[in-house]
Design a protein around this ligand. Structure first.
Ligand code: CA
Length: 719
């Protein structure tokens, strides 16, 4: 999974039981149903997607997943008149990552907690919604938020990968379940957040959980019946395991030690791409467990197939080729980032290529059929390798970035990556790829190998990220900036491997992109805007307020003569100076749909929950001990901070514990933390996770923090 800030799910989304609301800016005629009925996508139609430019029938629009729209109704001359046509409030919080899929006048999205909603794409009238009722305890094993990246549509059905490992087929007209299969062992900590891809009548799906002891695999299911057709494991299991193919037996030779007891990892948690020209299915794999190679594979080795792109034959799932981008990865360099195919003229010859801008900062272009590397250059700053050897395909690693329990390293990019799951787009007109880039760095040292213990409900990286040695390394001349440095939209030429232009973000954060044939790039940001840029220059052409942070990518479609642009908004927290206006989500999660000449607006009145906690700190007196504060601070940092915020200071969609009335009663506190009294809100029991006394220690630490912060606030007020 992408390394976001959220990890342990001590308190997840507050779910409100209201329905979503929509407004229509102007009454619009409902589109005529497609003669084939709802979600009527098939191979013929998907392969000929360019003949229906007004339809966005799969998450990446075409099998190439270029996220390029041939539509030109919205162009540079008229884009300034783009306005809000309709919006829908989304009744889940946290990250909203799906790209709207639009087929025959119906717009389908998924939201956090794997919920699906279908709207009339012209008016915003909600047609149906589906909630798979994922057990909120699953949130604890979703490394990076309880997100979902969207649906697949096929022959009247809508397909959903649910967080708990189910693959669910819904009736496209009604949202009723047609079939559902469990694709994972529910006793193991697997999750699914990715888009199911539909290929030759099969639904292809992977999973996540490499940091929780999961072994990666990708499976294909019959789209009509849900019967499994093939499965490809990405790493070997214990010697003699019946799932070990001869290929995996060979791969096992690139590992040392009893690596299988940690599961192996290499989960294919995001990109899956089908190429009709090669008839191959491609997917990227993530890290091994632990991140620290000293623990995972003490004698080193490439550890196949972690951090690799794998190509398999679509009909059988049989191996075709692989390309390991990060041999022996130990920096969480998942290469699960979006893959796309394209036809590029390279050195005068048309080449059918596969390409990717992974976490590592190197932009890869391969021959799509053979996997032979054509080029790989840096699209963002990276200190872990100086270059990629084009003959061997291997990185020329910087020896300083390998770490052990006695040697720290600082590494750029950090696990968040130079580019993560956020969709990029490619325009065959401009020849440019539009990449949301984030620059970051982090410090690593290995945990002590003999002290490393797995906790299947927690994040297990086997690393230490803060130490005096790391601080010293950051102080050295030439060291990269610490943490999140900057983010920007980058236009990159994959033929020349050179940046064309970039637009810096005012607020750090990544957000997906889409490009149209009128040379406009659409993208949201973390300043609370949805923006149209000139695809050739990066000039800002238009923007509209989103009232929310944006991570998802937009899509575009037509109803009648009108072209619409749709974007799902809502991520961690709120943009600067934006207040909650949604009655159903604290982070203003919404689907926003724009068209030319529309004049709709988002609500401006701040929404207040009745009886919500006062924002003034009023904690009880501190009665704990210094030892408890020290223990509590360490435990909070490991188990709670991911959701509740560093130092006890939460963002705006998760309760700020310093303000909690529960601080007045240790019994009430333990009922929640140990007893699981709020598990249905996503705050699972930490009974199995916390050691004796740790819940109390965290309780006293929070009270101590709240008293300190209160004193600071009062002192400031007196000045
Ligand atoms: Ca990972």
């Amino acid at each position: 999974m992408p390394f976001h800030k959220t990890r342990a799910m001590m308190g997840a989304a507050i779910l409100l039981a209201f329905g979503a609301t929509q407004i229509a800016a102007a009454p619009a005629a409902s589109p005529k149903a497609h003669p084939q009925g709802a979600a009527a996508v098939d191979s013929v139609r998907q392969l000929a997607a360019d003949k229906e430019p007004g339809t966005w029938m799969s998450s990446g629009r075409t099998y190439s997943e270029q996220r390029y729209s041939p539509l030109t109704g919205i162009n540079k001359a008229n884009v300034k008149t783009l306005g809000l046509a309709w919006y829908g409030d989304i009744d889940t919080e946290r990250g909203q990552e799906s790209t709207p899929v639009v087929v025959d006048g119906v717009l389908y999205i998924t939201s956090a907690w794997s919920m699906v909603k279908a709207y009339d794409a012209a008016t915003g009238r909600k047609l149906w919604e589906y909630d798979p009722k994922v057990d909120r305890a699953t949130g604890q094993i979703a490394c990076c938020d309880v997100v979902n990246r969207g649906v697949g549509a096929w022959k009247g059905k809508i397909y959903l990968g649910a967080l708990d490992g189910r693959l669910i087929a819904l009736d496209g007209k009604t949202g009723k379940v047609a079939w559902s299969v469990q694709t994972t062992d529910p006793k193991q900590p697997y999750t699914i957040t990715q888009v199911p891809r539909i290929v030759k009548g099969m639904v292809i799906i992977g999973n996540a959980g490499a940091e929780y002891t999961c072994r990666g695999y990708v499976s294909a299911y019959d789209a009509t019946t849900g019967k499994m057709k093939w499965r490809f494991y990405t790493v070997p299991a214990a010697p003699g395991d019946p799932t070990n193919t001869p290929l995996l037996d060979k791969a096992a030779k690139t590992w040392t030690g009893d690596f299988w007891k940690y599961g192996g990892g290499a989960t294919a948690w995001d990109t899956i791409l089908y190429d009709p020209k090669t008839d191959l299915v491609y997917f990227g794999t993530g890290n091994g467990l632990s991140w620290s190679q000293e623990i995972r594979s003490p004698g080193g080795g490439d550890n196949l197939f972690v951090s690799s792109v794998i190509a398999v034959h679509a009909s059988t799932g049989k191996y075709a080729w692989h390309f390991q981008e990060v041999p022996g990865d130990e920096w969480d360099y998942d290469v699960t980032n979006p893959l796309m195919t394209a036809d590029l003229k390279i050195k005068g010859v048309m080449r059918h290529v596969l390409m990717q801008a992974p976490k590592t900062g190197f932009y890869y272009v391969w021959d799509a059929r053979t996997g032979k590397l054509i080029s790989a250059e840096k699209f963002a700053p990276a200190n872990w390798a100086s270059k990629i050897d084009l003959k061997t395909g291997r990185p020329v690693e910087n020896p300083a970035v390998r770490y052990t329990d006695v040697k720290a390293a600082i590494v750029q990019p950090a696990p968040l990556g130079a580019h993560n799951w956020h969709p990029m787009s490619y325009s065959p007109r401009t020849g440019l790829v539009y990449i949301p880039v984030t620059e970051s760095s982090t410090g690593f040292a290995s945990a002590k190998p003999n002290g490393f213990k797995i906790n299947e409900r927690m994040y297990n990286t086997g690393t230490v990220s803060g130490s005096d040695e790391i601080t010293k390394l950051y102080a050295l001349p030439g060291a990269p900036g610490r943490g999140n440095i900057r983010s920007y939209l980058e236009a990159y030429n994959p033929v020349t491997q050179k940046e064309a232009w970039r637009v810096p973000d005012a607020v750090y954060g990544a957000s997906g992109t889409m490009v149209t044939a009128s040379d406009i790039v659409f993208r949201g940001n973390w300043s609370g805007e949805f923006v149209a840029y000139d695809a050739r220059t990066g000039a800002k052409l238009w923007s509209a307020p989103t009232g929310a942070n944006v991570v998802a990518a937009p899509s575009t479609y037509t109803i009648g003569k009108d072209q619409y642009v749709a974007i799902l908004v809502g991520a961690r927290g709120l943009p600067p100076n934006v207040v909650r206006t949604s009655p159903v989500s604290a982070n203003n999660s919404r689907i926003l749909v724009f068209k030319l000449g529309a004049t709709g607006t988002l609500p401006a009145t701040p929404f207040q929950t009745a009886g919500s906690a006062p924002r003034t700190l009023n904690p009880p007196l501190f009665t704990g001990t210094n030892e408890q504060v020290i223990d509590g601070q360490a435990a909070y940092g490991r188990f709670c901070a991911g959701c509740h915020g560093a130092g006890g200071v939460a963002d705006k969609s998760i309760p700020d514990l310093r303000l909690s009335p529960v601080l007045n009663s240790l019994n009430d506190w333990n009922d929640i933390v140990i007893g699981g009294a709020r598990r249905f809100n996503g705050m699972v029991s930490f009974k199995a996770t916390l050691a004796e006394g740790q819940s109390e220690a965290i309780f006293h630490y929070i009270i101590s923090q709240a008293n300190k912060d209160k004193a600071t606030a009062e002192a400031a007020a007196k000045k």
